[in-house]
Design a protein around this ligand. Sequence first.
Ligand code: ATP
Ligand code: MG
Length: 414
Amino acid sequence: MRQSKLFTKTAKNAPKDEITLNARFLTMGGFIYKVMAGVYAYLPLGLKVLNKIRGIIRQEMDAIGGQEILMPALHPAKNWQTTGGWDNIDVLFKLKNRTGKDYALGQSHEEIITPIAKETTKSYKDLPVAIYQIQWKYRDELRAKSGILRGREFEMKDMYSFHASQEDFEQFYGVVKEAYLRAYQKLGLTAKVTEASGGVFTEKISYEFMVLTDAGEDDILYCPSCEFCVNVDIAKQKQGEVCPKCGQGNLQQAKASEVGNVFDLGQKFSRDFGLTYTTQDGKSDYPIMGCYGWGTTRTMGVLVEKFNDKKGIIWPEAAAPFKVHLIIVDEVSRQKTEEIYATLNKAGIEVLYDDRENKSAGEKFADADLIGIPWRVIISEKTLKENSVEVKKRGEQEAKLVKIDNLAKIFHAQ
Ligand code: ATP
Ligand code: MG
């Protein structure tokens, strides 16, 4: 893509009303546009990042047998009245149509998936099954000051699973947990998994996937020597205490952002909607349900919070809007740069080409630092004489000279 044609331009100054780094850099870089507090538009660069995140999650959910669907955002009030959510969920957006009928905007989708499953899931032979979607959610959040970490409109991957037994649900939860951890790792994130508050069979399971960041709104206690991690809200331990799991490390307290979670829904929604199946011995029972959330837009914000320097964002490759930022710094190299751009495109490498004529090299580099594409290729007359171009990784100081003929190969190998 040619930067001269890009819908957005960078801004030199951060918006005054944004206090978080994610909102500041993402707005200045032209990734997002704030429509109102907690509601953002995702512009070309931002949508590319979101699509990368969606793609990685989708791949992992498909790999464990999840089937993707798309449910509506506009819900009949009746479904929420059936489960009690209409009166009990304070973040639920409610609206009326012109004839006075009540509706809700989906803040989650148990109220929609369960009636659907009633039509599809009638026998033990239909279980287990896991259905997911990637869809916008609406919540009347009081605090919407964390940029895209907390939106009133935000995107979530939400999966719902249906099981004939608690054991089967817990086995599947283990599978999802591994898939989540793989996906976080692909994105360059290390997620800690909080422990459930009680024993596995005595209390309902609820795990949170936490990424350490000062921008997060959660406080966790974790052990540096093992996987022990617990939300401070429910922790029985304190900072500095010896880890109850491994008995070695001393617990540390840190800020974290919840990027995903798992809930054991039990039979609550199955019962509310009368979702039953016929068991192997011909009886009728309610399936156990699990739900698995993942904030895709929040994940994008967390990536910015974790990977940056004072000049801008440093995208991990898997989430970057483009792989290569191709920059021409003098007009005499124009033709050669066009050729290189065509070659990289043909090789299937995602390139943002800063072809702007009216910008100085300094301005182009500053924009490139802000936007944060992993690889920068600088084309100038000086290196072209040696049939070479300068290649620099975002976040590193050293540039190296690479022969033009090797360029596509190098990026393919990365
Ligand atoms: P939080 O405690 O942060 O409000 P939650 O417990 O309400 O999260 P869920 O309802 O289970 O979260 O949603 C699943 C995932 O969606 C969360 O783990 C988080 O990543 C994301 N999420 C929740 N609320 C928001 C929001 N307002 N803006 C952006 N992402 C959100
Ligand atoms: Mg919440």
